[in-house]
Design a protein around this ligand. Structure first.
Ligand code: HEM
Length: 454
């Protein structure tokens, strides 16, 4: 990977994200929130943010800290902010969840918890935006992938600002007229900016680059890719205008359909682009992460078709939980887990063998993983997510909980595989003198001479 160096805190972000994924899924399996309780119940909000911020948010932040310098072909700006940002984000998320638990009546005397958590989260995401945005702005020429990530960052800011406003309003500590209109009308915009504007758009940008690289497909700026960018840019701009209108007290909540339709169009063209990239590939055998990426994009297509169907039949509001589940676990989480499987192996390889490359024989990146074990976990995960979505559509709550439990088992299995990769378990198993290999630290930064930090 040209220009690759190790972002020292990325693995710590990944470790935290996996903990929150497992925690969120355990709560879903235990029936703590939706679908046992309503979508808007505070218990559901705990799970939503453990997954959206803790799992996906931390995963995206860690991955962007590693990849944006590659996309921009320039070192990461202000890399020393990565550790404080992670601490602020973890503390903020825990406080925010305690604030939701206070709303549910589990925690007493806590009106300050929501705004305190939201403030720490906003500052943490602000530091991430500064590092990644600063790196993109320093690039000599901005690639289309970089522009997608830039748009994603704008949406992250919008998500955090709306979340902060909701937290203030829900705490009851302030009485600001505009906040009364923003909540509840702005909730769908907040979810849209987070899951579509930030995460899906960044995933589009990074996927264009990673898929062409992993599949040895020609790297070019297609007309269709420029169309995807134009559509997501208009979608985010439309969502921004609606957010402004709402904060000035206008009743614009119904216009949310426009950004959704524009984003759905962008997603369909992105799906077409991904198919073109797979068809034009020179690498004929697909590695596990490429198969999971294809399955994740298939889930995205399903989610788009479902959203159009629900929109046309007027059921979007009633079925929003199912749609969000499909986007969160089918599209974003599967894509994330698949790339995590590859990135952790790649970073471990770079950390352990980068410094001795050319001086002694080194294993291939693929020798750090055991694809047969990994694929068993991924297949379980895919079947479980499909079963969970079907159960939600049918309103079969117990079946949903069993499926969520299976998802948790798959996530734990994958986490064990990632730990084995970090411990060089499969490399050492094939060696006569296993003690010759020194595994890197599990998730904290290694010594400076080992990790060739930006
Ligand atoms: C600074 C970070 C964030 C803060 C402070 C925050 C805060 C909040 C608050 C207070 C609510 C409750 C609104 C209500 O129902 O009364 C909410 C809802 C929601 N948030 Fe966030 N949020 C943040 C980040 C995110 C992110 C990154 C995502 C998605 C990627 C997200 C997705 C959602 C969703 C889907 C809901 C609606 C959930 C439901 O009705 O069950 N949030 N957020």
């Amino acid at each position: 990977m040209p220009g690759a160096s190790i972002s020292r805190w990325t693995l710590s972000y990944f470790a935290a994200s996996l903990v929150f994924l497992i925690l969120g899924q355990v709560l879903l399996a235990a029936g703590f929130g939706y679908p046992v309780l309503p979508v808007e119940a505070p218990e559901t909000l705990v799970i939503v943010h453990l997954i959206a911020v803790g799992w996906l948010g931390f995963l995206f932040c860690g991955a962007l800290l590693q990849f944006v310098p590659v996309l921009a072909a320039t070192p990461l700006r202000w890399p020393s902010l990565a550790a404080p940002a992670l601490i602020l984000l973890i503390a903020g998320l825990l406080l925010l969840c305690c604030g939701f638990l206070h709303l549910a009546g589990y925690v007493e005397h806590g009106p300050v918890l929501l705004p305190a958590g939201a403030t720490l989260l906003a500052v943490g995401f602000g530091l991430i935006t500064t590092m990644i945005g600063g790196t993109l702005l320093r690039a000599e020429t901005m690639s289309l992938s970089g522009k997608f990530v830039g748009l994603g960052l704008l949406s992250l800011v919008a998500t955090a600002l709306l979340g902060f406003a909701f937290a203030l309003e829900l705490s009851g500590l302030v009485a600001i007229e505009q906040l009364h209109t923003l909540l509840p009308s702005g909730i769908s915009l907040h979810a849209f900016f987070g899951l579509v504007g930030w995460m899906s758009v960044s995933a589009f940008g990074v996927s264009y680059r990673l898929l062409t690289m992993f599949l040895l497909s020609p790297e070019m700026e297609r007309r269709t890719t420029r169309a995807v960018f134009a559509l997501v840019a208009s979608s985010i701009a439309a969502a921004g205008i609606i957010a402004l209108a709402l904060s000035f007290g206008r009743d614009a909540a119904a216009s949310i359909y426009l950004p959704i339709l524009l984003a759905a169009g962008a997603g369909l063209v992105f799906g077409y682009d991904v198919m073109t990239i797979y068809r034009a590939r020179k690498r004929k055998t697909l590695e596990l992460n490429n198969m999971t990426s294809a399955m994740a994009v298939a889930f995205l297509m399903l989610a788009i078709l479902l959203s159009l169907f629900l929109l046309l039949t007027g059921q979007l509001e009633d079925r929003i939980g199912t749609l969000l589940y499909l986007i969160t676990f089918g599209w974003l989480s599967l894509l994330g887990l698949g790339q995590l499987y590859k990135i952790v192996a790649f970073m471990t390889w770079l950390e352990c063998y980068g410094p001795v490359l050319g001086r002694r024989p080194v294993p291939k990146v693929q020798e750090l993983v055991c694809e047969s074990r990994g694929s068993a976990c991924f297949y379980l995960y895919v079947v479980a997510v499909t079963a969970a979505v079907v159960a939600l559509l049918l309103g079969a709550t117990s079946a949903f909980q069993i499926a969520a439990l299976a998802q948790t088992v798959a996530a734990i299995g994958l986490s064990i595989e990632l730990v084995r990769t970090r411990h060089l378990f499969y490399v050492r198993a094939g060696q006569d003198e296993p003690e010759a290999e020194r595994p890197p630290p599990l998730f904290l930064p290694g010594s400076l001479e080992r990790s060739s930090h930006q």
